[in-house]
Design a protein around this ligand. Structure first.
Ligand code: VGL
Ligand code: ZN
Length: 213
């Protein structure tokens, strides 16, 4: 018996960054990243309201190590808004790597929210860019549609999923991360740290069996 009743109109599933570059063979491949796709499809069938987040960077984006001479991917630099992990070039606007995984089959997605499209600032969260103050507009959308409880699935648990879940709580939503429907990057223990930080902030950590039978 599922622990959550998601039949109500207030529930929304956010599928975070289910994109080719985060799947095996992609530019920023997350181990088993593609494993979230069939589960996201099944979960989505149970939700009336589904939103997708899509990482969407211009060429030469400042989160790319290639934009910082002498720096390598996974090094950390100080940006005006704080520390920033440098990544391999990924999810470049209009490329195959930025496309939604072809196996994602959720025809009733109501909104695709793109993020990270400003060259000088990264945006892990679907709510705010990494300065924690520039909004993407998602809060207004959810309020406008009367959606108050946010379930999250997708990639990467310890980056975009975590940041989105923490911001959801900050913005006054109930946030539930469906842990087995996410996959993480895990840089220096970042996966375990993310789960702890989310729990401490009041994010509910659930499994897909808690949501769908
Ligand atoms: C992500 C690193 C860089 C993510 C996006 O989707 O978690 N991680 N851009
Ligand atoms: Zn990115």
């Amino acid at each position: 018996m599922a622990r959550y009743d998601i039949s109500g109109e207030v529930n929304v599933l956010i599928v975070v960054d289910p994109q080719n570059d985060f799947c095996p063979g992609g530019a920023l491949a997350v181990p088993e990243g593609d494993a979230v796709v069939p589960l996201a499809n099944r979960l989505a069938r149970a939700f009336d309201n589904v939103v997708l987040a899509q990482d969407w960077h211009p060429p030469g984006h400042k989160s790319f190590a290639s934009s910082h001479p002498g720096k390598a991917p996974y090094e950390v630099v100080e940006m005006p808004y704080g520390p920033q992990v440098l990544w391999p070039d990924h999810c470049v606007q209009g490329t195959e790597g930025a496309e939604i995984h072809a196996g994602l089959a959720i025809p009733h997605v109501a909104l695709v929210i793109r993020k990270g499209f400003r060259a000088s600032i990264d945006s892990y969260s679907a709510f705010f860019e990494n300065d924690h103050e520039t909004p993407t507009g998602l809060t207004g959308y959810l309020h406008g549609r009367g959606l108050g409880r946010v379930f999250l699935t997708g990639i990467a648990t310890d980056f975009c999923v975590q940041y989105s879940a923490l911001d959801a709580v900050t913005e006054g939503f109930t946030a539930v991360v469906i842990e087995d429907a996410c996959r993480g990057i895990d840089l220096d223990g970042s996966l375990a740290a993310a789960v702890t930080a989310m729990r401490d902030a009041g994010v509910e950590i659930a499994q897909s069996v808690d949501v769908i039978d």
